[in-house]
Design a protein around this ligand. Structure first.
Ligand code: FAD
Ligand code: SF4
Length: 537
């Protein structure tokens, strides 16, 4: 028999945004029920899964497989590739996103780079006449940057965002590769600065200090890196209830277009109903627009919250170009966390009127798996095998990420080809990075070649296409005008007074840097609005 639950607030999804919302609202005294499509994992179990994975998966950076996808909660898999989400040309390669479905969500296996956007990133149209403006300014957002981040407090560093309060932790010391990278690129005027990181450079918030073992993706074995699960546990301690394996698929509305109920399937496709006063969708930038379209009903035939026809449009990420090479000296990537520094010269400037801003960086991921698998595939044994593996010390991966503009034709719809076990269609995304990025990429490739030259590189390989970066933005875009946006500056949907969206989907311009810190900040703004409405009305 189907169960019915009721709470003050129902939250859909149990990732970092949902966990933050549940924690904030439960601590404020509201009853909170969280529905999560995927299962619950334990840290030790995932560490074991990763240890036992075939080396070839490790060499291909397959970070999802240690978190096995369930048939009722399909997430993207690399090996074998499962076409989730489906992506159409011209730039399909640039939107093959990573995400995982389970309690704690995708940040179980993130890199925890916690950059702040620059003020101009949020006012791109007003400043440079391109793209769209966010509905909030940097000043309004800054008070909501609350994840414990270690970072540089020296704002004279090129394009570190303004700080009203210092970072709570000092930056981590660089490993050998980041130290050498900084020295070498400085010869050509590139300014390499510490990446603000959501990992502990000292014991903090009940979690240990990072020990620099470089396992961050797919899992930090000791919990020094901040994950969504930490917010989940705090929310549970404050009384929030989390239901795993609960896939929300239908949304009911009343005559005033308020949300009255949501329905979820359990793994046996038995439907259950939940009711609440306020609902928050936090299923990430792909799954939330998918659900809004899927849940179309008689009153909302184009989808929930979609009177503007903007749900699923303006999909964004940071299209990347990746270059690998052998340096002429040992660099020793792999000491410290996976992303420690980045070149910030080109994050902002008047050139943004013409082409996109960029972030350039070195992946500090250990090269050992890649080199080891290659050596075995070459059939080497004995001394030759040993020599080949040792070449990992000189291997380097350098990336450039681009600021893409919001475009309504970059659109998520429901697949007409593929469905999951519950009969729910896969998401389908049509994606074109646009000429703004393509013009910038000409310069990006030159920068990459300059850097290769500085390192005396051989065996240079550069992707001819754009790759994804898993920073999913845009599909439920924010704005002041209900006719061309989905949510307002408090993440409340224009169409439904008691429905909020806590996700990167609201972001109206992508900037150049990893966006999760800002997603969490937007989610906290939603909490302030909900608390004002429900506790102080
Ligand atoms: C390999 C990798 C590295 C990354 N590194 C960084 C980084 O260094 N810095 C950075 O800023 N970002 C990084 N990201 C991106 C970051 O992980 C995401 O931005 C972040 O997880 C988004 O949080 P979220 O809460 O919106 O969504 P998620 O963490 O994806 O959680 C959403 C949850 O909602 C659930 N859900 C969805 N639909 C439904 C439904 N209908 N019913 C019930 N539940 C549902 C899902 O199962 C999922 O558990 C990385 C991503 C990847 C893949
Ligand atoms: S380097 Fe190791 S300890 Fe530090 S965050 Fe990454 S996995 Fe955790």
């Amino acid at each position: 028999m189907s169960e019915q639950y009721s709470a003050d607030v129902v939250v859909v999804g149990a990732g970092i945004c949902a966990g933050t919302v549940a924690k904030e609202l439960a601590e404020a005294g509201l009853s909170v029920l969280v529905l999560e499509a995927g299962p619950r994992w334990e840290r030790g179990e995932v560490v074991e899964n990763w240890r036992n994975m075939p080396p070839v998966n490790k060499s291909e950076s397959d970070y999802a497989t240690p978190y096995p996808a369930q048939p009722w909660a399909v997430h993207p898999q690399l090996n074998p590739y499962n076409e989730y989400p489906e992506v159409s040309e011209p730039d399909a390669s640039a939107f093959r996103q990573g995400m995982i479905k389970g309690i704690g969500g995708t940040t179980w296996h993130w890199a925890a780079s916690c950059w702040r956007f620059l003020p101009a990133d949020l006012q791109l149209h007003s400043t440079y006449g391109v793209g769209r403006d966010w509905a909030v300014t940097y000043d309004e957002l800054e008070e909501y940057f609350l994840i414990g981040v270690n970072g540089p407090n020296d704002t004279s560093l090129k394009y570190v965002a303004p700080l009203k309060k210092p970072f709570p932790m000092e930056p981590m010391p660089y490993g050998p590769a980041d130290r050498r990278f900084t020295e070498v690129v400085a010869q050509a005027g590139y300014i390499n600065t510490p990446v603000p990181q959501g990992r502990n450079s000292r014991p903090y918030d009940g979690r240990p200090q990072c020990c620099g073992n470089n396992n961050c993706m797919p899992i930090c074995p000791i919990g020094a890196m901040y994950n969504g699960i930490h917010s989940v546990v705090k929310a549970e301690n404050a009384g929030a209830k989390f239901i795993p394996n609960a896939v929300v698929y239908r949304i009911d509305t009343d005559k005033d277009n308020n949300i009255t109920a949501m329905h979820y399937y359990d793994p046996d496709t038995v439907s259950h109903t939940v009711t609440a006063k306020t609902f928050v969708l936090a299923g990430n930038g792909i799954e939330t627009p998918k659900l809004l379209l899927l849940a179309a009903n008689d009153r909302n035939p184009n989808g929930i919250a979609n009177s503007s026809d903007q749900v699923g449009r303006n999909m964004m990420d940071h299209p990347g170009i990746l270059m690998s090479f052998q340096a002429s000296e040992p660099i020793w990537t792999g000491g410290g966390s996976v992303q420690m520094s980045s070149i910030t010269n080109f994050r902002d400037g008047d050139f943004r009127r013409d082409h996109s801003a960029i972030q350039i960086g070195m992946n500090n991921t250990s090269q050992n798996h890649k080199a080891g698998v290659k050596a075995l595939q070459m059939g080497l044994v004995g001394k030759k095998l040993d020599e080949e593996i040792r070449r990992a010390a000189c291997g380097m991966d350098i990336y450039v990420n681009h600021d893409v503009l919001a475009h309504p034709d970059n659109r998520l719809t429901l697949s007409t080809e593929r469905k999951d076990k519950l009969g729910i269609p896969f998401p389908h995304v049509t994606y074109d990075v646009g000429d703004y990025v393509r013009r910038s990429a000409v310069h990006s490739r030159q920068h990459l070649m300059n850097i290769a030259k500085l390192f005396g590189a051989t065996e240079i390989e550069m992707t001819p296409w754009f790759n994804p970066n898993n920073h999913i933005m845009g599909g439920t875009i924010m704005g002041h005008d209900p006719k061309d946006s989905v949510v307002d500056k408090w993440m409340r949907t224009h169409d439904h007074k008691n429905l909020y969206i806590a996700s990167g989907g609201a972001m109206a311009a992508a900037g150049t840097v990893n966006s999760t810190l800002s997603m969490v900040a937007l989610s906290l703004r939603a909490c302030d609005s909900i608390k004002k409405e429900m506790l102080h009305a």
